[in-house]
Design a binder for this molecule. Sequence first.
Ligand SMILES: [Zn+2]
Length: 136
Amino acid sequence: MDTLTTEERSERMRRVRAKNTSPEKTVRLIVHQLGFRFRLHRRDLPGSPDLAFISKRKAVFVHGCFWHRHGVRCPLTRMPKSKRRFWGAKFETNKTRDRRSQRQLRALGWKYLVVWECQLRDIERLRNKLRRFLLG
Ligand SMILES: [Zn+2]
């Protein structure tokens, strides 16, 4: 008998998936299948983007919804119930760092796309999004 709540179930499924493959690896695989070549975590670029397409001057960030605070409507962006002040400060630091990296990339003439963890629930849609970004 299945006695898990919806929340427990999705938490469990998230762990299972995370064990097999990370969101970042899935995005790499999709982009590779689309036929694009890329570099990983270039430290000479602001924010060390997860994927960098040097000649196109385009970058892709794969963001975990929890750490990078996707937004209130995202089911994975839950707020921990304890130590809220601690988490709040941590999340602010992450968001500030993300904004700064993205601003610096734009200033260098780069375009970037943020792929959120929860967008991996619809691979076909994500594939189209990545294709549009990389061809556009
Ligand atoms: Zn999300």
